[in-house]
Design a protein around this ligand. Sequence first.
Ligand SMILES: Nc1ncnc2c1ncn2[C@@H]1O[C@H](COP(=O)(O)OP(=O)(O)OP(=O)(O)O)[C@@H](O)[C@H]1O
Length: 259
Amino acid sequence: MAEQGTGPRVPTVIADELHIVYRVNGGRTGRGSATAALSRIMRRREERGVRTVHAVKGVTFTAYRGEAIGLIGSNGSGKSTLLRAIAGLLPAERGRVYTDGQPSLLGVNAALMNDLTGERNVILGGLAMGMSREQIKERYQQIVDFSGINEKGDFITLPMRTYSSGMAARLRFSIAAAKDHDVLMIDEALATGDRKFQKRSEDRIRELRKEAGTVFLVSHNNKSIRDTCDRVLWLERGELRMDGPTDEVLKEYEKFTGK
Ligand SMILES: Nc1ncnc2c1ncn2[C@@H]1O[C@H](COP(=O)(O)OP(=O)(O)OP(=O)(O)O)[C@@H](O)[C@H]1O
């Protein structure tokens, strides 16, 4: 847990017995192998209805100001779903999420516009985060420098669709990191950057924590989690399997994954 100096610990996110269920209409694929088609015919009655995916099952935890919390677990274990629920983008089926302020979710799919230039996207992203035009103007150069987008030429004036996935992820992270957040949630953003950029982002995450926010980081990179987080939540099949100090949880997780 984070060392918070003096004073009581301030909760920023509370998940209380949280359940998230997706509902998928029909769920028929329309295409696929002959076996898939056959099993579709056999199951067609059930498939006409709504199918459900119970992605988060009874998760309970409290996050405090100043903590950087890693979210780990196998593919499909519910990490992104949990973050989306904390951000208020998905309704709870049962249970509740309480947050202090509006959490910002920075995902690899964060909504920037591919046809706009990097420059315009910095403005768009800044406005979307609630910054004023003046604040964006003030921090514009800092955002571009942090992203390193212009290190290999004047890319910031080109449309984002011309960026590699790593470059786009760097710009998204840089925009989000320019603001001080009460609760910042980062979904795999660091995984796509190169090592030098990862280092820079990790330093910025540490700074954001010092500025008294809470940071959540979803990553399959145990090193990133180790270098950045002091606490880890491990989800498996939608259930919270472990919640504790990074070293303890990663030790068990590495046993589980056989690393
Ligand atoms: N929009 C959706 N509609 C229906 N089911 C979904 C949707 N998004 C995710 N799921 C399902 O919810 C479960 C949890 O998915 P989620 O994306 O939260 O996992 P994750 O731990 O972030 O996975 P990964 O590590 O692969 O990114 C999975 O079974 C997935 O198939």
